[in-house]
Design a protein around this ligand. Structure first.
Ligand SMILES: *Cc1c(COP(=O)(O)O)cnc(C)c1O
Length: 321
């Protein structure tokens, strides 16, 4: 099947239409399916929108935002409006405290920091164009896309298989992009070609389209949000009710619904917990080396029943000790 065939055109346009409907993406915004992952967006964003004489503000609430800010420094001035590193990335700032630098071209957020398990609870907005890495919480809760100029998300957490990267880009903001640029890295070229400048990741897009249809049939974002709240609540309750046996990494006000990062009060029991959980088929829960401890990811594909099983394992392990 050619990627320029009628059949694939239908797959691509249906995937876009279903995503637009699920997320209520306004007509002012383009939807692209690109390659290179979120990491390539760390570079594409400043390459398209910064230059030596301009600056951008970055709100650094975890490891991914730090990488994004680092990449932007190659293209222009970067101000860290907030840097959670000294506090071990446990919190997010209040949106109203983030005053953009004079003349800032844009402000960049990471709505959910995957490794540290911190997530903005307040709606993100600013008086300057807002760019957001939503790789690990897109399609998990309602978002007002009209407040954003550019959103990007690697597909592999909540949308579908690895390989494609969704970019949601406001047309008005695109008009302020640099030109000329290498075509593959130029948003204007990709918009003009409707994600078909070259062969896109056809199979990943097809599968994402099936995921979008599944969620539409399940009740869309309200239902997804409800399930995610239930899942996160089960695990945070297990932490909060443990009398300090489990210690959450994030401040309560910044707790992620997608990634629950926590430590054991007795860190020497961590490996035993991992083995205990594995016996119940709970796997891939070791925390990132930057945080240590454990991290339970609750992406959309994890059911409330599965989260309840993890919460039960946490309770049983605590009883055992
Ligand atoms: C996973 C992740 C990335 C990296 O995504 P790639 O597609 O592997 O480049 C970037 N940002 C966030 C928030 C992530 O969760």
């Amino acid at each position: 099947m050619s990627h320029r065939s009628k059949a694939f055109e239908a797959i691509l346009s249906n995937a876009e239409a279903d995503l637009r409907q699920l997320l209520s993406i306004p007509e002012t915004h383009h939807v692209l399916f690109l390659q290179g992952g979120a990491s390539q967006q760390f570079t594409m964003v400043p390459m398209n929108f910064l230059n030596e004489s301009s600056i951008a503000d970055y709100v650094v609430t975890g490891a991914w935002g730090k990488k994004a800010a680092q990449a932007a420094k190659l293209y222009g001035g970067v101000t860290a409006l907030f840097d959670g590193a000294p506090d071990k990335f446990k919190s997010v700032p209040k949106i109203s405290t983030l005053v953009p630098s004079p003349g800032a071209k844009y402000i960049h957020f990471t709505s959910n920091e995957t490794i540290h398990g911190v997530q903005f609870q307040e709606p993100i907005s600013s008086s300057v164009p807002v760019i957001c890495d939503m790789s690990s919480d897109i399609l998990s809760r309602p978002v007002n896309f009209a407040d954003f100029d550019l959103i990007y998300a690697g597909a592999q957490k909540n949308l579908g298989p690895a390989g494609t990267t969704v970019v949601i880009l406001k047309d008005e903001f695109l008009k302020s992009a640099n030109s000329p640029l290498p075509p593959m890295l130029d948003y204007a070229t990709q918009v003009k070609a409707k994600s078909l400048y070259n062969t896109p990741t056809t199979f990943a897009i097809y599968l994402c389209g099936l995921v979008f249809k599944y969620w539409k049939a399940e009740g869309g974002l309200p239902e997804i949000q409800k399930r995610n709240a239930e899942k996160a609540n089960a695990l945070y309750s297990a932490i909060d009710g443990s009398n300090g046996f489990y210690i959450g990494h994030a401040d309560v006000s910044a707790r992620s619904q997608m990634n629950v990062a926590f430590n054991l009060d007795k860190p020497e029991l961590t490996d035993e917990f991992i083995a205990f959980a594995a016996e119940r088929n709970i796997v891939e829960i070791k925390g990132h080396r930057d945080v240590g401890g454990l991290r339970i990811s609750l992406y959309n594909s994890i059911t409330p029943e599965a989260a309840a099983i993890v919460a039960q394992a946490m309770a049983d392990f605590r009883s055992k000790h």
